[in-house]
Ligand binder design. Sequence first.
Ligand code: SAH
Length: 279
Amino acid sequence: MRGGSSFIGGGGAVTGPQTDIKKHDTGCGPGELCIVGIGPGALEHMSPKGRSALEKSHVVVGYKTYIELIRELLIDKKIISTGMKDEIKRAGQALNEATAGQKVALVSGGDSGIYGMAGLVLEMAIRRNIGIGHDVLLEIIPGIPAFTAAASLLGAPLMHDFASVSLSDLLTPWEVIQNRIEMAAQGDFVIILYNPKSKKRDWQLSTVKDIILKYRRPETPVGIVSSATREGQRINVSTLSHMGRYEVDMQTIIIVGNSSTFRAGDFMITPRGYLDKYL
Ligand code: SAH
C-alpha cells in the first residue's frame, strides 16, 4: 500500500503535467476505477478481492476474450468490450466512465501490471491531467500472471533468478528484444518468453532459440504451456534444440531453463541449491 502518498509519473519515465496520484485500497465507492487482474483464465484463479470489485462495479471494460472468460460474473453490468490493439480506447473509456462518477472495473488478463493495462491507465490519467484520488479513485488489484500459472503446471522451473522477455515488436524494436535475450542467456537466467508468436509474427522464435543456443546446451529443458487453466490447456516439456516441434500460438508462454534446470518425468525443475548445500 502506498498509503496516501502522492507521486508524479513513473520515476521520470512519464512526462506530462503534475498529477496528484493517490491510491486507495478500501474497496470501490462512487467514481472509482478498479483495474482487475483476472488471472490466467479459470475463474477460480481470480482473487476474491478481484471478484468482489467486479461484483461491485456498474461498468466493466475489457478485451473481448477476457470479457468472455468472466461473462458469468457480469450479469446486469454495462459491458464495454473492444478488440486487440484497442488498448488506448479501452483505457480512455474506463477513465471517462470513472470520471463521470461510475464504478468501473477494467479487466486485464493475468496481472494488469505485466504487459497489461495498469501502466497505460496511469500514463493516460497523467496525460489528461486527471487527479487520481480527487477526480477518480483508483485501485489496482493483482492477478496471477501467466508465467506463474505456467511454472506451476511445469513443476518448479523458476526456483532461481529469471528474466521475462516479450517477443512482441509492436511497441519495442526487435533489436532491443534480441539484445535482452542475449543478455539474459549470457547471465544464465531462466528465460520466460511472453508473446512468442502471433498471426503475422512467426519468425522470431527460431532466432531467439539460436541466440540462447550460443550460451546453453541443446538439451536444456524448455517448457511450452498454452492456454494455462483455460479450455484446451497444453503442457509440454521439450529441449532447446527441439522446441520448434511444438505448436505455439498467441496463448502460449515458454520457459527456457538455466544451465542447471533438469527434467524429471513430466516435471521441469531448476534447483536452488538446497540439496547440494545441506544433504
Ligand atoms: N498480463 C498478462 C500478460 C499479457 S501479454 C500476465 O500477467 O501474464 C499476453 C501473453 O501472455 C500471451 O501472448 C501469452 O504469451 C501469455 N499468456 C496469457 N495468458 C496465458 C495463458 N492462460 N496460458 C499461456 N500463456 C498465456
